[in-house]
Design a protein around this ligand. Structure first.
Ligand SMILES: [Mn+2]
Length: 422
């Protein structure tokens, strides 16, 4: 974090205390009617109070801005990292599956992964047969809570399946904030033993995508923690805290997803990554990240219904009532109407449209219902998939309509939405 950023953060923390003390003084003076306090002094104190509240609000805004710019700087640094893997991707023939955020633990109460293990294993087997390259995009092992050796020992089966991708030269690993031990080459020896040969670990991946031999754009893959305070400045402080948290989780046999507990922060983080990607759009660059555990495919958020739609449906319902329609018909219309009304409320803070479509997020492999989500690129299309499918079968469910990747790059290069959200 920059020195200014740190100062602003300190100020944001101190300002409420200063304002609180000022307010206390004003109240005390008024309540106890201190005779030696002239009216001017009280007026002056009140002015100080108002000014510090104003400065505080300003500081809050600045800190939010700094959050964005720190993430942008972090991603820009990752793009120029000396631990960047540069490769090529032929849209006509290559296939890719990207998973992230497994947070594999030690199969105890704090382990976020074991519920999703069957879905993840099924997916790996499927993509191995189909010839996909596998990218595991960070936070693969939960090393803030566990020792690497324990996790590797408990999940030998998962690594054995990943090893088959490695042996076929179709395996790339990126580290995240919860497994950034892997950026130290000495530590990776432990993985090398399991994988039978050296596993290359990267901070990020840059793939030049070609179609019919012509370059059409760049895919940039990073875990997405870059630039956040918790992963850099506060890492030494937060690790022991996370270990204590892990102990509590084990004690109560309850997995909580810690780093992204606050839905707001998640959104803010997604937005910051999107803002960075948008600045690179002229270079036809598309960012794929993880970390937030929140799948993003630019048109995934449901549209907010219009007042007109709601009014029209109300008319329909009134007509049906007037015609004494069957209860089954009234029930359907009425249910639909209330759903639209609630979704209209939900949209009080309308989602930011991802336009151009320069930012995607894999979601995670640690959903508490045992699902995993990932980004698949095959047959020229980019897809958001979830395992298992709706029937619980070991097959990918496409969560949104797949889109030709070339269309995405064209939209990004041209600075427009790929298509109207469905
Ligand atoms: Mn992470």
């Amino acid at each position: 974090m920059s020195p200014i950023g740190r100062t602003m953060r300190l100020f944001a923390a101190a300002a409420p205390l200063v304002a609180g003390a000022g307010a206390g003084a004003v109240v005390a003076a008024w309540r106890f009617d201190f005779p030696w306090w002239p009216a001017e002094a009280i007026g002056g104190l009140f002015a100080v109070l108002v000014v510090s509240v104003l400065i505080y609000l300003q500081a809050l805004k600045r800190v939010a801005g700094f959050y964005d710019s720190e993430i942008e700087r972090g991603l820009t640094r990752a793009l120029g990292s000396d631990r960047l893997h540069e490769g090529a991707f032929d849209l006509d023939s290559d296939r890719l599956i990207v998973f992230s955020d497994l947070h594999k633990g030690t199969r105890d109460g704090a382990d976020d992964f074991w519920r999703s293990e069957p879905a993840y294993m099924a997916a790996l087997a499927y993509y191995l047969e189909l010839g996909h390259a596998l990218v595991v995009l960070g936070d693969v092992e939960e090393l803030w809570e566990n020792r690497a050796g324990n996790v590797i020992g408990k999940y030998a089966n998962v690594l054995a399946l990943e090893r088959q991708f490695h042996e076929a030269n179709r395996y790339t690993r990126v580290w995240g904030n919860h497994d950034d031990d892997w950026r130290r080459r000495r530590r990776v020896r432990r993985l090398n033993r399991v994988f039978g040969s050296e596993v290359a670990l990267f901070e990020a991946i840059k793939l030049r995508v070609t179609k019919d031999g012509e370059p059409i754009g760049t895919l940039f893959l990073a875990h997405g923690h870059q630039g956040t305070a918790d992963s850099q400045i506060l890492a030494t402080v937060s690790r022991p805290a996370v270990r204590v948290f892990g102990f509590l989780q084990r004690k109560f046999n309850r997995p909580w997803n810690i780093p992204t507990l606050d839905a707001n922060l998640r959104e803010r983080h997604d937005l910051a990554m999107f803002h960075w990607a948008r600045k690179q759009a002229s270079g036809r660059l598309v960012l794929i990240a993880g970390h937030t555990h929140h799948p993003v495919f630019w048109n995934t958020k449901p549209d907010r219904p219009t007042e007109q739609e709601i009014a029209d449906l109300q008319v329909t319902l009134d007509q049906q009532r007037g015609q004494h329609a069957a209860p089954e018909i009234l029930a359907r219309t009425s249910a639909r109407l209330e759903q639209l009304k609630a979704r209209r409320l939900d949209g009080a803070k309308p989602p930011t449209p991802i336009s151009p479509p320069c930012y995607f997020n894999t979601g995670c492999c640690a959903f508490s219902d045992g699902d995993v989500t990932g980004i698949e690129i095959a047959d020229g299309e980019i897809r958001l998939v979830r395992w298992p499918d709706d029937k619980g079968e070991p097959l990918p469910k496409q969560l949104v309509d797949p889109v030709p990747l070339e269309q995405i790059f064209d939209a990004v290069g041209g600075g427009v939405a790929a298509m109207e959200p469905a």
